[in-house]
Design a protein around this ligand. Sequence first.
Ligand SMILES: [Zn+2]
Length: 555
Amino acid sequence: MALITILSLGFCLFTTDHLGKQMEAINDIQPSLSTSATLSGLLGDRYREASRNLLSRPDRYSIDSFKANASGVPGALWWDWPGDQFGRFFSAIHVAQLNGWPGTNEFRKAIGDAILPLQQSDGHFGTDLKGNYRMIQQISGNAFALRGLVDAYEDTHEERYLIAARNLGRFLEKAFSQWDDPKEHDAYEFYGHCIDGLVHLYQQSNGDKWALELAEKIAKLAGREHHTHHSLSMYRGVIELALLKHDKALLEKAEDYLKWCRENRTVTGGLPEGMPKSDQDEGCGFADYVVTNLMMHRATGNDLYLSEAENTLVNHLLMCQFSTGGFGHRQFGQEIMGGKLWQGWGGAFGSENPGCCSIWGQWALGQYALYAIEKRKDILMVNLFPSATVKVPGMKGSIKITSDFPMQQYVCVEGIDSGGKSMKVSIRVPEGVTPKKVTIGRKLVKTDVKDGRNVIDRVWNKDDTLGLFYEYKIVLKPSSVSPDKVAVFKGPLCLGISNKATDIDKYSYVVIKDNVAYSADKEGNLGPQLEPVFHDGHLGDTMNPNRVRVLFDTK
Ligand SMILES: [Zn+2]
């Protein structure tokens, strides 16, 4: 008979105790991000497709289009969000460089040569604002431009990027006087997401204190803002500021926003474009949700954020990647998602949004492995399991992960070198699986799982091969938003059926037989098997995306 376990959904996992623990952690030394991470395996393939769609498409992103975007005139996709396209491209190139993507220096230089001469004398990009700094497209585009310019400076150390960023930062400082009234914060996130650029400007410039002070003033006013993507972009900055200033109150603000997201997300980790409800999702929003959770884990050490990031990545982000490699908008629903809704530019790109989501999805995918392994004090933390080769600060050589990601039933870690001394390695158990055995070389290792982790303390030789083996059951999880319906998970993977396979409105039931999940109609007639939803978008039609059922009735 089927192995079925009924679990409650993870929404209630964040108790006051957990929060207390994570807030204590803020004064600890934070682990540094990996200095490079080259993806391989399935995620490497997906990243390559997303990158090719972005960095090898002069037909879509010509140098003239960067000029049009920097000037705020027609000629680029979102030309009326000045600075947005080149800013995000600089950030995407920054991440692509850490992933070893070829040609990044040439592309960055061509964009830089084209856009820098177009900066206005008051520091902003776009047309003359005539003293009105409250237009959300203008202010938001320039905020992405700021972070991009600082990323370009970090990569090249060319003074021209730092000067441009400083001038743009001063423009955003001037604009603050039009954003400082809490009663008028109906779109605060569109301005507020310049915080991360200001924090990085302070760090990279080695002393622009005014940038940090401005970031603090902006962060103080951040709350539960409506637009999911811009809000999460704002909270990335808030988290970085919290770490820099050891400010627990700021970290609590970020946690409050993430809690709101957890309460309204789908079982696949998808978010509405506007919180708490809207008809469609947005690639930029769920891409930022993955990265914000990864950053929050780094800030707090709380593994619950890794589970959130992992769930959204393996189930929603991978499901929503179109056959082009890009991302966009699909109809949003708790029970059935996908389907055609917004299609811009006369439907030329179908439901893909190459003006923003295809850039941001690529940027997020490229960061996942950077958070896979970290040194936290004296312990090596193995957090995530995409196949990748990672350079971890504080460790000799590279560490290689080979796995069947996203299923994560088998993971092999090679190259850990503790330099002749004993060192603890703490390995997170992926979501939804049960540990079966741990091996080093051909030897079985006795280890107990505590707080969701295996900890092994020994002298590690770079030739050691650590093997992690897991098993899974089909699990039904009651939905927190529709308590009479269930989601179906196989390990970390959410299962569903798409309208390509059957009539998903009729086959709304799930039946488990011999550890296999089948769809069924009201009379109990079996339909097609449920499949991991991450397959769906990849095979789906960009012009007419599939509808996918992810919540089911049970008898
Ligand atoms: Zn977008």
